[in-house]
Design a protein around this ligand. Sequence first.
Ligand code: PBG
Length: 325
Amino acid sequence: MFPEQRPRRLRRTPALRRLVAETSLEPRHLVLPMFVREGAAEPIPITSMPGVVQHTRDSLRKAVVEAVEAGVGGVMLFGVPLEHDAEGTGSLDPNGILNAALRDVRSEVGDSTVIMSDLCLDEFTDHGHCGVLDEHGDVDNDRTLRIYGEMGVAQVEAGAHVVGPSGMMDGQVAAIRAALDRAGHQDAAVLAYAVKYASAFYGPFREAVDSQLKGDRKTYQQDSANAREALLEARLDLDEGADMVMVKPAGAYLDVIRSVRDMADVPVAAYQISGEYAMIEAAAANGWIDRDRAVLETLTGIRRAGADIVLTYWAVEAAGWLNQR
Ligand code: PBG
């Protein structure tokens, strides 16, 4: 017997394949994470992330304009300060690098894209942890929350449309939401890094932000063995008022993206992180894989898993390819 159902019929031509594609990938789905370094005279390449730089304030403005022209959904800014201290005070200074850059970018592109900011202390602390430490050297959850609230207000007042708390402190969304509301910023949105795993794939990011971290983040980021716990984290953040939730990293956690998508009634983002970027770039540089196809395949896979929004260092380049289709 020959088969009656022949799925190959719908794969015969590019037009048929396009007609029946279940998952779409458009520039608006993509968010570009960007680094800006205090005092930089010119953009500084990040060795472990070929093609990604630590921007100067000036080159950042230009790169954001390019991102807007490519039609990406948004940008996510990370600051790289020159000075670090135990409390990460640079994060609250209106003239600190991240807040200054947010002001630059907002005045450059206004509301034409969505300006997001990483809300975390690790770039600003001299110990490199995402919060302040108590007398035992442990990350002090509740004292960190007070700083996060102030940071959120500073970032929104500098120009962020959306703040992205990424420190995995318990109660961070509620604390930031309350601080924003108290300061009259009811309109500012929170994209919660709700589900964030302690991952080896953050490696290149540590270079990208000149991280001071010794040790690891396993007392606050999740264990990669746990999927059910991700639903608890997401539910808590939704109850605390998260406007969007994120799963991070993406590639090794596609099942988690799917289950968060299925339980949440808000947009779900996924972050294709520095190590995911570096792996493909390194393999492609060796001629081992077709870079552009691999990039699109991973982005499509993350969308297929259920992400409405994908943060990726390839956002602008991929948007360029998608615009030509
Ligand atoms: C914390 C933060 C990290 C990343 C984004 N926000 C690092 C970490 O938690 O260790 C990683 C992003 C990437 O690897 O691309 N501020």
